[in-house]
Write a protein that binds this ligand. Structure first.
Ligand SMILES: [Zn+2]
Ligand SMILES: [Zn+2]
Length: 589
C-alpha cells in the first residue's frame, strides 16, 4: 500500500469514537434502543481489539470486518468508508441535524437523551453551561416531569461530570501514547523516548498525555511528532516543547531534552508531585539538589548525575523506584530500607477467573474463550456467566448451568492444553443469599458473587449483604466489590474495612476487575486489603474474547497497590489454585 494511504488512515480509537457518537446522536433523536445499542456495542468491541481495523480490512475487506463479533453489515460499511476515505458521511449528516454539544450533555449522570431533547426543544438549551444556568435560576422546573428537586439533581450531575471528565481513561490514553512513542523511536535523530506523567505511573485516569524524548536535534523530533498521522492540530510549539491535539481529541505534550539530562527529566516529569517533593527534601539533607536537569552537589552546584533515572536515585543511596509506586505513600522509606515490593507482572498471571460467553450476555463461545486464553499462555480460564436472578444479562437457569457444565467438559476434551473451569457469577441478593442451591454450587469449580442491584443502599445494608456472600462456603470470589464505574457511577457506600476483615477470616478473595472503567478494587484499597490479609483475583470480566487482554490494566493497578504474585490467587499454578479453592482436583470432569 502506498505510504500516503497509510498515514491518513483512521485508528481504532477514532472509529470507535465516531460510532459511539452516532449512537448518542441517534439516541437524542429518539431512535430505537436496538439501533442505538448496535453502535455502542460495535464501539466497545473495536476498543478492545488488539489488531488495527485497517489491517483486518486489508486482509479480507468488508467480509473480514463483519466477521468481528458484534459488527453488522451496515456498521462494517461505515467502518470501510472511514478506513478508505477518512470520513463518515452518515455521522456528518447526523451532526448537521443536531448541535454537537448536545452529545456531551448525555454524559451528565441522570440526564438522558429524552431530557436533553426536551430542554433543547422547549428552551433551546444546547450546552452544559446553559443547562447549569437554567437549573440554577429555576428555569427547568416548569417543564413536563421536572421539579425543583430534579433541578437540584441536575446540578449535582453537572458537578460530578466536571469532576470525572477532565480526565481520560488509562485504556484510552495508553495505546495511543504507546503508538506515538513507538513511531518517535524510529526517527533517526531520536535517542530515547518514553511516556511520562501519570500515564507512566499507570494511574486509572490521565489528564494530558506526556511524552519525553532526548535528541541533539529537538527541532527535527518535534517536526516528526507534529506530522504523525494521529495529530489533528498543533496547539503550541516552543524551542523544546510541542503540544498537539490528536484526531481522537486528546492533548499530547512532547518535551525534548539533551541526552545527558534525560534521566533527570524523566524522573521529574514522571512525578508524582508529592514523590518529587519528598525526594528533593531528602536530597537537601545530603547537600544535593535534584532538578529536571540533573543532580548537583551543593553548594558548588557541581553536576554529578542525570543521564539515567537509576543514577538520580543512586545519588541518594536508593534503588530505582518503579514509576507505579511514586506517589509518596511510603515507597521512598521502603526503598531506603530495602523493602520495596517485588511487584507482580503480566507473566505471573496463570489464568482468568471471570469471563462471560454467549451462554449469557457476552459475545464469545466457550471455545473462543479457550482459544484466547491459550494464546495468552494461560493454564486455566473460568467460564463464569451470569445467573438467573439477573435476567437482563441472560442469566443461566439451574438447568442451563448444568448443560453448560457438560459443554465445558466437552471443550476440555477438545483443548487439552488448557483447563476450562466451570464457574458462575452469582448475584448477591438483599439478604446476602445467592442464586442456585448448595448442591449445584458445590459441583462448580469456582463461584464468584456480585452485587448487581441496590447500588444506592445504605452502608449497613450493602456491607451486610456482601459479608453474607463472603461467609457463604460456596463463594470464593467477590467481584467488583465497590461497584464503581469510572465517570459514570460512584462506589457503593460499602464499609471496606469490615469487608476486608470478613474476607480474610473466611478466606474469600476479592476481585480486582480489570475492565478499564472499573479497576475495582482500586489501587489504594488493594493495599489495604493486602494489609488485612485478603487474597485478590485479577480478572477481566471479559464479554469479548479480545477483552481477556484487559488483564494488563489489572496488573498495573495491582502494582500500584503494591501487590506481589503471592497475593493474587490467579498467579497460582492450577493445582495450587485448586488447593486454595478447596474443591478437590477434577470436579468438572
Ligand atoms: Zn458483574
Ligand atoms: Zn461479570
Amino acid at each position: 500500500m502506498p505510504e500516503s494511504d497509510r498515514v491518513t488512515r483512521m485508528e481504532n480509537s477514532e472509529i470507535a469514537a465516531a460510532l459511539l457518537e452516532i449512537g448518542e446522536l441517534l439516541e437524542i433523536a429518539g431512535e430505537s434502543v436496538f439501533r442505538v445499542g448496535a453502535y455502542e456495542r460495535a464501539a466497545i468491541t473495536i476498543r478492545s481489539l488488539s489488531r488495527d481495523l485497517g489491517d483486518i480490512y486489508d486482509e479480507g475487506s468488508l467480509k473480514a470486518l463483519q466477521s468481528i463479533g458484534g459488527i453488522g453489515k451496515s456498521t462494517a460499511e461505515k467502518i470501510e468508508e472511514m478506513l478508505t476515505t477518512g470520513r463518515c458521511g452518515y455521522l456528518e449528516e447526523l451532526r448537521q441535524s443536531l448541535p454537537a454539544s448536545l452529545v456531551t450533555m448525555i454524559q451528565i449522570p441522570g440526564v438522558g437523551p429524552k431530557k436533553i431533547k426536551l430542554f433543547y426543544d422547549e428552551l433551546g438549551i444546547e450546552s452544559i453551561d446553559q443547562l447549569e444556568e437554567a437549573a440554577k435560576t429555576g428555569g427547568l422546573r416548569e417543564l413536563k416531569g421536572m421539579s425543583a428537586k430534579s433541578e437540584e439533581n441536575i446540578l449535582k450531575g453537572i458537578a460530578a461530570y466536571h469532576e470525572h471528565h477532565e480526565r481520560i481513561l488509562l485504556s484510552d490514553a495508553y495505546p495511543l501514547a504507546a503508538k506515538i512513542v513507538g513511531e518517535l523511536r524510529r526517527h533517526p535523530a531520536l535517542e530515547q523516548a518514553d511516556m511520562a506523567g501519570s500515564l507512566r505511573r499507570f494511574r486509572e485516569t490521565i489528564g494530558d498525555i506526556d511524552v519525553l524524548a532526548s535528541s541533539a536535534a529537538p527541532e527535527e523530533v518535534m517536526d516528526a511528532f507534529e506530522s504523525l498521522p494521529q495529530v489533528a492540530e498543533v496547539i503550541a510549539r516552543g524551542a523544546t516543547k510541542s503540544s498537539v491535539r490528536t484526531r481522537a481529541g486528546l492533548q499530547v505534550d512532547l518535551r525534548v531534552v539533551a541526552p545527558h539530562e534525560y534521566g533527570a527529566a524523566l524522573q521529574y516529569f514522571t512525578g508524582s508531585k508529592a514523590h518529587n517533593i519528598h525526594l528533593r527534601e531528602l536530597a537537601r539533607k545530603h547537600d544535593l539538589k535534584i532538578s529536571e536537569y540533573g543532580v548537583f552537589q551543593m553548594p558548588a552546584e557541581k553536576r554529578i548525575a542525570g543521564a539515567t533515572e537509576e543514577e538520580v536515585y543512586a545519588t541518594l543511596g536508593l534503588p530505582l523506584i518503579p514509576a507505579v509506586l511514586r506517589e509518596d505513600t511510603g515507597e521512598i522509606e521502603a526503598a531506603a530500607e530495602g523493602r520495596l515490593p517485588k511487584l507482580l507482572g503480566v507473566d505471573d498471571i496463570c489464568g482468568d477467573l471471570h469471563v462471560h460467553t454467549n451462554w449469557s450476555d457476552a459475545m464469545p463461545t466457550i471455545e473462543q474463550v479457550a482459544e484466547a486464553a491459550i494464546e495468552l499462555g494461560y493454564a486455566y480460564v473460568a467460564i463464569s456467566d451470569h445467573a438467573f436472578k439477573l435476567p437482563v444479562a441472560g442469566g443461566l437457569t439451574p438447568q442451563q448451568l448444568e448443560e453448560q457444565m457438560d459443554a465445558i467438559a466437552a471443550a476440555n476434551e477438545k483443548y487439552p492444553e488448557i483447563t476450562i473451569l466451570a464457574g458462575s457469577e452469582v448475584n448477591i441478593d438483599n439478604d446476602g443469599n445467592v442464586d442456585f442451591d448448595e448442591e449445584l454450587l458445590a459441583r462448580l469449580d469456582v463461584v464468584a458473587a456480585s452485587v448487581h442491584a441496590g447500588f444506592g443502599q445504605d452502608r449497613a445494608q450493602i456491607t451486610a449483604r456482601t459479608i453474607g456472600a463472603i461467609e457463604n462456603p460456596h463463594v470464593e470470589i467477590i467481584c467488583h466489590p465497590t461497584g464503581r464505574i469510572l465517570g459514570k457511577r460512584d462506589p457503593f457506600a460499602i464499609d471496606l474495612d469490615a469487608v476486608f476483615k470478613a474476607a480474610a477470616e473466611h478466606n474469600t478473595a476479592l476481585e480486582l476487575n480489570s475492565f478499564p472503567d472499573r479497576l475495582d478494587l482500586k489501587d489504594d484499597y488493594l493495599r489495604e486489603a493486602k494489609r488485612a490479609g485478603v487474597k485478590i483475583a485479577i480478572n477481566t470480566d471479559a464479554h469479548h474474547a479480545e477483552q481477556l487482554r484487559f488483564v494488563e490494566y489489572g496488573v498495573v493497578t495491582a502494582q500500584r497497590g503494591w501487590l506481589e504474585a503471592e497475593d493474587v490467587i490467579n498467579t497460582y499454578p492450577l493445582e495450587k489454585l485448586r488447593g486454595w479453592l478447596g474443591r478437590g482436583s477434577t470436579p468438572s470432569l
